[in-house]
Ligand binder design. Structure first.
Ligand code: ATP
Length: 199
């Protein structure tokens, strides 16, 4: 059975960038947040749960998810958000399990998620990698990447995420992505350590 390794970090830290380097070396990566969005539009059981709880208007006449409506519905109401998450998280967990079984011939697999420590799902993983960069750098990178986003929005998302000290304590490996160290050598080091730990 492969080792399951979480990759996390705050918004704009470079999680996806780091995962793409692992992927280029042949390591399979499960992008949990993207997959959650995909399942909300494609998993029939999940779609039914969402419609029942949040109304038929959660999907348009073509069956596409009405993201704007749903975001508005759960935005200011953490209880409603918790309900939505209580549907989405188990669906992602089931999907992840299937994905792990399909990829079971690899020594280790990566799961990328913005919230690993926050929702406790890191406890089901063998190890975690945390990507770190100062907030200022992360804000600059996100604003460059997402032209529609505002600085205040990025700061608001950051304020809801785990702080760096907590991440540092919980992570087994850290990747520094503030620009002082190159990413590829850091990823190679972790890759070798992980391979050594399974052999
Ligand atoms: P999110 O939480 O929003 O999904 P993320 O942690 O996955 O973000 P990335 O998308 O990997 O972060 O990186 C954020 C942006 O910063 C991207 O546009 C990426 O290309 C850029 N970036 C990442 N690392 C570096 C770097 N070392 N130097 C310059 N730009 C970088």
């Amino acid at each position: 059975k492969p080792l399951l390794i979480g990759v996390t970090g705050g918004i704009g830290s470079g999680k996806s960038t780091v995962c793409r380097i692992f992927q280029a070396m042949g390591v399979p990566v499960y992008y949990a947040d993207d997959r959650g969005k995909f399942l909300m539009s494609n998993d029939e059981g999940l779609i039914q749960e969402i419609k029942k709880e949040f109304g038929e208007e959660s999907y348009d006449e073509n069956g596409a998810l009405n993201r704007e409506y749903l975001a508005k519905t759960v935005f200011a109401d953490t209880d409603r958000l918790k309900v939505l998450n209580s549907f989405v998280h188990p669906a992602v967990a089931r999907d992840f399990e299937t994905w792990v079984n399909i990829n079971s011939d690899h020594p280790y697999l990566l799961k990328e998620a913005a919230l690993l420590y926050e929702i406790g799902s890191y406890k089901e993983l063998d190890k975690t990698i945390c990507v770190m960069a100062p907030k200022k750098v992360r804000i600059e990178r996100v604003l460059l990447r997402d032209i529609q986003r505002k600085k205040e929005q990025v700061e608001q998302i950051m304020s809801k995420q785990t702080d760096d000290a907590t991440r540092r304590n919980l992570a087994d490996y850290q990747v520094s992505n503030k620009g002082d160290l190159l990413l590829i050598p850091q990823v190679l080091n972790i890759h070798e350590e992980l391979l050594n730990s399974v052999s």
